[in-house]
Design a protein around this ligand. Structure first.
Ligand SMILES: [Zn+2]
Length: 314
């Protein structure tokens, strides 16, 4: 007759099975939280949402976004900060990139946003459900996030709810211009840069590597893009936005800036820089003291052209 296995082995096997089962259950709960929102449909959405492998930017900072949408993870042993959530359908890709970088989405304590359009804020609701993170935003961005779409004063409001709206984010903490937010040892500072949206915000923090600390910037979109009915130079209802937009462009130009990331990687030629980095791994082409000034100069030029075009169309 076979002797039964010792009870201790039985119970440790049962314990292992229990752990495996609860890991599976929490993994599927995470997947469910990340995929519950319907994907946003737009012409460039699929191209933007193509996967991009996570990569190490500098120090404690990782890029965890997609091919066409920025998302940045700033890490610490006491919890992480995430900037931007992409489209609703980007949330599982961002989560997978966070894991690939060696971190846990559940350790993200704070989520912030560049601006409240569907391609940068659409995934935040899912990422909050999956992580339990707090969201903090400018008062104008808080209004848009909590209603799940741009407010009436947004230059792109006229595109309509069908095009504009995304899953709403609840319980957003309103912050002040220049406020520094902290998670454990991390500190990230908000710079309000309205123009592309009323609540647009650029973010700065320091990251260190081998004793060398750099000023990192996640600059908001500074593109003067709108629906057909909107004029940056003002109309019967709205005053001109040109001066405040120009001020935001100056704010970005004068930020302490050693390394720039943007909500759309194409705006900083990220693929070209990554290709150069691959060829020469010792030289990080993202480190560029002129990057914020160049980004601002492009925006200034586009705004000037836009204002001229609006004058002609009048
Ligand atoms: Zn936008």
């Amino acid at each position: 007759m076979k002797h039964p296995a010792p009870p201790s082995r039985n119970s440790s096997r049962a314990a292992r099975l229990f752990v495996a089962a609860s890991l599976l259950a929490s993994a599927s709960a995470l997947t469910a939280a990340l995929t519950a929102d319907p994907p946003h449909v737009c012409d460039p959405c699929n191209e933007w949402n193509a996967p991009r492998p996570a990569f190490h930017v500098y120090g404690n900072t990782w890029f965890v976004g997609t091919a066409g949408l920025g998302s940045v993870l700033i890490t610490s042993p006491k919890g992480h900060i995430l900037i931007d959530g992409g489209l609703p359908q980007s949330a599982p890709l961002i989560s997978a990139n966070i894991a690939a970088a060696g971190f846990r989405l559940e350790d993200v304590k704070l989520i912030v946003n560049s601006h409240t359009h569907y391609d940068h804020a659409g995934g935040i609701a899912a990422l909050v459900r999956a992580s339990g993170a707090q969201v903090a935003a400018s008062p104008a961005s808080k209004r848009a996030l909590e209603q799940g779409g741009p407010t009436e004063d947004d230059p792109q409001f006229g595109f309509g709810p069908e095009h504009n709206n995304y899953p709403a984010v609840h319980g957003v903490r309103a912050i002040a211009d220049g406020e520094t937010l902290r998670v454990g040892p991390l500190a990230i500072t908000a710079h309000f840069t309205p123009g592309h949206t009323p609540g647009g915000t650029s973010w700065t923090w320091r990251a260190c590597e081998g004793g060398r600390c750099l000023d990192l910037v996640y600059a908001d979109s500074l593109n003067s893009v709108s629906s057909d009915d909107f004029r940056f130079s003002g109309d019967e209802i709205h005053g001109s936005r040109v001066d405040s937009f120009l001020h935001s462009i100056e704010v970005v130009a004068s930020l302490p800036c050693d390394l720039l990331i943007a909500p759309h990687p194409v705006a900083i030629d990220l693929d070209e820089k990554l290709a150069r980095w691959k060829q020469n791994p010792k030289l990080n082409p993202l480190i560029d003291r002129g990057a914020c000034k160049a980004y601002a100069a492009g925006a200034r030029e586009r705004l000037a052209k836009r204002v001229t075009d609006e004058g002609v169309a009048r």
